[in-house]
Design a protein around this ligand. Structure first.
Ligand code: FAD
Length: 418
């Protein structure tokens, strides 16, 4: 009698879940894979949603995998299906609809859900959107066509993406941020000023130290009242108020959770035969030597591929420098490693050119470079990443800025003659 095929169950068909399934199939032709997700779509790229919302990317280009791909790779997929219970001892998940599915090994890749706007009137007001799911992007895109004025709330990347998209779509955009500037925990005042200038250059109206106090329906639009004097009648309100990790299923299971699901460097949870990956994993990061979560596509994809090997018995630590790269109106921003958001004691070194809208902030712990933020020119990004991941001792901090100013070696430069 041949060995029975291992049964893998994956909760969540985002980047972490889907790339894990793909890797499992590559490495184990015989295994059984079942992926369960409560959304109605095969894998789509959340990173593409802002461009879809700006109207520069067709719906079809947002999808990354289709049902045919699943069929070909024999990766079972239950869409519009919610996992409602996990029995860790019996190794069974319960789905609604669909009953129960037993597993040998389980991946928890459930990501997070967006925090809704909860202020007086938000239950009755219309046209208030979060920005996490394809359906929300579709809803906003339809509404944009009827919109003259939009309000955005949120001082982080989702707030930026909403402001950029509405503004790009020629809707008068008012961007409210509770703090004194964008990414206030990672950027200093000069970094905040750089983003302010880029937003103003693009035509966005900025309102710092202002948040939404209440909303009320008004002739098919929404009356928005701010906490600091702001007031507008908005056709569209977009909010980026952070995510709550989808860990409710693990309550009372004994699996350790904090903000996300706590794992070690192998992405193993505290329960046998259960791993976690992607946004939801609060993993031990060997580069920064601390537990943390990453909300990036690349991290989720790499987690997914990596955890598959470990679920098949490899037990290799996950080693990557966390990075986030995004457009910033007509410029770019890149965040690498850890910043003062995660390490408030990190010391910094800043270079800022207001006229050129160029900004660099480096973060050090002792003699090590642990993180950086670049806005504007991305020159030197690779060197910074190398320095962070090598954990090399740096004698003179200014030397890193000098290194960033040096011309870059072209990617395919011929090797120097001996
Ligand atoms: C608008 C937007 C722009 C972004 N831009 C960037 C960017 O520029 N660069 C970047 O690196 N990252 C960006 N990100 C972040 C990036 O997209 C995420 O980090 C990544 O997609 C997370 O993948 P994941 O697989 O961990 O989780 P998710 O993609 O969140 O997938 C989890 C899935 O699990 C499902 N689920 C949860 N609970 C259950 C349950 N009980 N039963 C069944 N299904 C369940 C969820 O509905 C979801 O479909 C952006 C995100 C958004 C929303």
């Amino acid at each position: 009698m041949g060995a029975t095929a291992t049964r893998f169950v994956i909760i969540g068909n985002g980047a972490a879940g889907t790339y894990c399934a793909e890797q499992l199939r590559k490495l184990d032709a015989a295994c059984e894979i079942l992926m369960i997700d409560d959304e109605p779509y095969t894998l789509y790229n959340r990173v593409s949603l802002p461009r879809f919302l700006r109207g520069v990317l067709f719906e079809q280009r947002v999808y990354v995998r289709d049902q045919e791909w699943h069929d070909k790779l024999r990766i079972g997929l239950r869409l519009e299906t919610k996992v409602t219970h996990i029995d860790i001892d019996a190794k069974v998940v319960t789905m609604e609809p669909g009953g129960q599915a037993p597993y040998d090994r389980l991946l928890f890749a459930t990501g997070g859900r967006p925090n809704p706007l909860r202020v007086p009137g938000s239950d009755q007001a219309q046209h208030i959107f979060n920005f996490q799911y394809f359906d929300e992007a579709k809803g906003m895109l339809a509404r944009i066509k009827e919109s003259r004025l939009a309000v955005v709330l949120g001082g982080s990347f989702i707030g930026y993406e909403l402001a950029e998209a509405f503004n790009h779509q020629k809707v008068e955009t008012h961007w409210l941020q509770r703090g004194p500037w964008f990414l206030r925990r990672s950027l200093d005042e000069a970094g905040g000023r750089t983003v302010t200038l880029l937003a103003q250059d693009a035509g966005v109206h900025l309102h710092y130290e202002e948040t939404i106090a209440s909303v009320a329906p008004s002739n098919g639009s929404t009356l928005v009242a701010g906490t600091n004097g702001f007031s507008a009648t908005a056709d569209l309100v977009g909010v980026g108020l952070g995510l709550t990790m989808n860990i409710d299923l693990l309550k009372d299971t004994g699996v350790k959770t904090n903000v996300g699901v706590v794992t070690n460097e192998f992405l193993e949870t505290t329960a046998p035969e259960v791993w976690a990956a992607g946004d939801v994993a609060e993993f031990y990061d060997v580069v920064s030597q601390r537990h943390h979560r990453m909300g990036t596509w690349d991290n989720s994809l790499n987690h997914g591929r990596h955890v598959a090997k470990n679920m098949l018995g490899a037990r290799e630590p996950y080693v990557e420098v966390p990075t986030y790269a995004s457009s910033m109106f007509n410029s770019n921003i890149s965040v690498m490693g850890v910043t003062t958001e995660e390490e408030p004691d990190a010391e910094d070194l800043v270079e800022f050119d207001e006229d050129l809208r160029n900004y660099k902030r480096l973060f050090f712990l002792g003699d090590r470079l642990v993180g950086a933020i670049l806005i504007g020119k991305m020159k030197g990004r690779k060197k910074v990443l190398e320095l962070i991941s090598s954990r090399a001792s740096i004698e003179k901090r200014e030397s890193v800025l000098e290194l960033l100013a040096m011309p870059e070696v072209p990617a395919k430069a011929p090797a120097p003659a001996e």
